[in-house]
Structures are given as C-alpha cells and as structure tokens.
Design a protein around this ligand. Structure first.
Ligand SMILES: *Cc1c(COP(=O)(O)O)cnc(C)c1O
Length: 370
C-alpha cells in the first residue's frame, strides 16, 4: 500500500450524514464486553439498565412512562409503534411533510390501518387550523407525525399539535428518530403517547437497536389491539421486557454500546448536547452562507442537527461528495424530489468543532475549483 492511500484510509472519516454517527472511543470499546447468552441474568441487567436510563436521560417520569428496546433500525421501531398503536376500530391521522412522514403513511397502508393524510409542502409547517378541524371530526384515535423531518431539516411544531390532540382525546405517536438527544423534547409538558427513536443518531450509540418511550396506560391499551406483525408487535416486547425476558435474540453487543452511550449522554446532559450541536450547526451554516450557498429553510423552521443546502446549478452532487470524501468528510444527498437540488449536512455525533471548521475550509476549496 502506498503511503498516500494508507494516510487516507487511516484518517478518521467525519460523518455528516444523519446517522449512523461518529461515536466516542468509550462507546466503541463497550462492544468488547463479554460474550453473553441473552437468556442469562447478565443480559437482563443490561436490558433493565438501558430501559431505566432512557427514562432518566430524557426526563420521562417513570410513573407515567415505560421504555421498550427493539433490535432493528429506527424504521423498525417506527413501524412497530404504528402497527401496534391503533385499535381494531381506530383511525389514524398522519401528518406528512417529508420522506419520513410518507414512510409512516406507507406503514399504515401496509398494516391495513384505516388512515388519512394531512399533507403540506416540504418546506412549511402543516396548518394547525387544518389539523384542528380534522381532529374535531372525532374520527381519529391517534395522530402520527415526525418531530424533526430529516428530509429537509425542518422542526415540526410537535408541542402545538400535541396540545390540539390532547384537547380532543387523540393519541400522539411521534417519530423522533433524528430528534431525541439533539433537539429539545419535553415528555412532561407535551405528554406524547409514544415516541420512537434509534440508538445511532443523537444518542450516539451504534446502529442495530431502536427504542420507544411509551405512556404506561397506552402500553396497557395496546395489548388489546390487533397483532398485525409477529416481530414488530410492541406489546410482545414490552411484556417480556417487563418480566426480564426477551422474545427474540437481541443485539447484545450493540446494547453494551447503547448503555455506554446513555451514560455519556447523562454526563453531557441532553441540554449540553443540544448546545454542542447548536455550536456545530452555527459553524456550518455561517461557513456555508459565507461561501455563497443558500440554505433551504428559513431560520425559524431549522432544526439543530440538520442543514439542507441548495446545490448550485454548476455543481454536481456526486463530484462534491467525492471531493469531500477524499478529504475525510461524508455529506448526504437530498431525498425524493429534492435529490437533484440539495445536499445535507448533519451536525450529530462525536465530532469536534475543529472538524466542522475544517469541513467549511475544504468545502471552500471545492467551490473555488468548481
Ligand atoms: C433516520 C430516520 C428514520 C429511519 O431510521 P433507520 O435507522 O434508517 O431505519 C426514521 N425517521 C426519521 C425522522 C429519521 O431521521
């Protein structure tokens, strides 16, 4: 191997994609825990620790909320939440303003759950009046929405929508896969019924495990809902986890890493992490604007953890990606109809401010060449 390629290969790649993220040495080293049978008490100690730490770090009161871990990516938990969270006669309202909202509607369709979709443009908030008037129909048992639409980096107004739902007695199911840990979230104030998330975005664990934080009364109610999937039936996982069991083989080592990541998050605190991600996105956004890029969203709609950038006409995403990759940075393409016109920069994970500054410099050199 030539000296040059060795240097490139050994250089730490900075992941600016929205998960999986760069993790700390402590989280990676946790993978080296002992081989373990998942039917032995040591595994259930690990599972119990993860479940209770989730409630602690996210400040979900343990008398009101419970947590459930699932082996599978974030989509698995969102699908488990949607597929398990509507009763036999229930109807779901899906709020859709991006790829992940579309995915929730697709899940409802595939699980044969009666549902309607409220759609709006991908760079705006859905109208609260429109949602309120749908909810007043009295036809809906639950509403599902994405908290942070990773498609565009747009923060939906979950607190306002949740309070409309509570007024009308409609349950709130949230895809917070790219939000929890990186964006403000209040279980106490917003009282969501179920919130799905993953280990490997703002929680800074490794891919392979997802989790949900669910109201205890909702977890109980779900046991009476139709079983629409064998593996993704949440009450099965919950009731087994409650009695120190697990229905299937879990990702044990990824669990070690998740426990370490939750310890790390508890030490940093969620507020501290949000502030750190905020400094990172400020560096990236100021740098991009100074280089002449246009950001997709106005500041009032932007999340902390994702920046969607308009791709200048003279630049191809592939060339830009490859030039940055050679310098050790991975950016992310736009999705769906935005694939040709956007690129995205996530500011999640164990990445130093200096890395974001170097990214801006390297991007500047690519712009100068283009
Ligand atoms: C990443 C993401 C998902 C899907 O997560 P996977 O781990 O890729 O399955 C779902 N919803 C949102 C909002 C996301 O950002």
């Amino acid at each position: 191997m030539s000296g040059f390629s060795r240097t490139v290969n050994e250089m730490r790649t900075v992941l600016l994609n929205p998960g999986p993220v760069n993790v700390s040495a402590r989280v990676r080293e946790a993978l080296n825990g002992p081989d373990l049978c998942h039917r032995e008490p040591e595994y259930f100690d690990l599972q119990d620790a993860i479940r209770s730490r989730l409630l602690q770090v996210f400040d979900a009161p343990a008398d009101e909320y419970t947590s459930i871990v699932l082996t599978g990516s974030g989509t698995a938990m969102v699908e488990a939440m949607i597929g398990s969270g509507v009763s036999a006669n229930g109807r779901l309202l899906v709020v859709q303003n991006g790829v992940y909202g579309e995915r929730i509607a697709a899940m409802a369709r595939l699980h044969l759950i009666p549902h309607d979709v409220i759609e709006c443009g991908w760079t705006e908030h859905p109208s609260l009046d429109a949602i309120a008037s749908r909810l007043r129909d009295g036809r809906y048992e639950a509403l599902a929405m994405v908290h942070h639409e990773t498609t565009t980096g747009l923060m939906n107004d979950l607190p306002a929508v949740a309070s409309l739902c509570q007024r009308d007695g409609v349950r709130v199911l949230v895809d917070a896969v790219s939000a929890l840990g990186g964006e403000p979230f209040s279980f106490r104030d917003w009282q969501p019924d179920a919130v799905a998330c993953t280990a490997n975005k703002c929680v800074q664990g490794l891919p392979g495990l997802s989790f949900a934080i669910v109201r205890r009364d909702f977890a109980r109610a779900m046991t009476g809902f139709p079983e629409r999937s064998l593996y993704l039936h949440l009450p099965r996982h919950h009731s087994e986890q409650e009695r120190r069991s697990t229905p299937f083989t879990p990702a044990v080592q990824i669990g070690y890493a998740l426990r370490a990541a939750l310890d790390e998050l508890a030490e940093e605190t969620v507020a501290g992490r949000i502030a750190r991600y905020g400094r990172a996105s400020a560096i990236v956004r100021e740098g991009l604007v100074a280089l002449g890029f246009n950001l997709l969203l106005p500041p009032s709609l932007r999340s902390t953890t994702m920046t969607a950038v308009r791709l200048p006409r003279e630049m191809s995403y592939g060339d830009l990606h490859d030039a940055l990759r050679r310098e050790g940075f991975v950016i992310y393409a736009g999705q769906g109809p935005l694939a040709a016109t956007l690129f995205r920069v996530a500011t999640m994970g164990d990445v130093a401010e200096g890395d974001y500054r170097r990214f801006v410099r390297v991007l500047g050199m690519s712009v100068a060449r283009a």
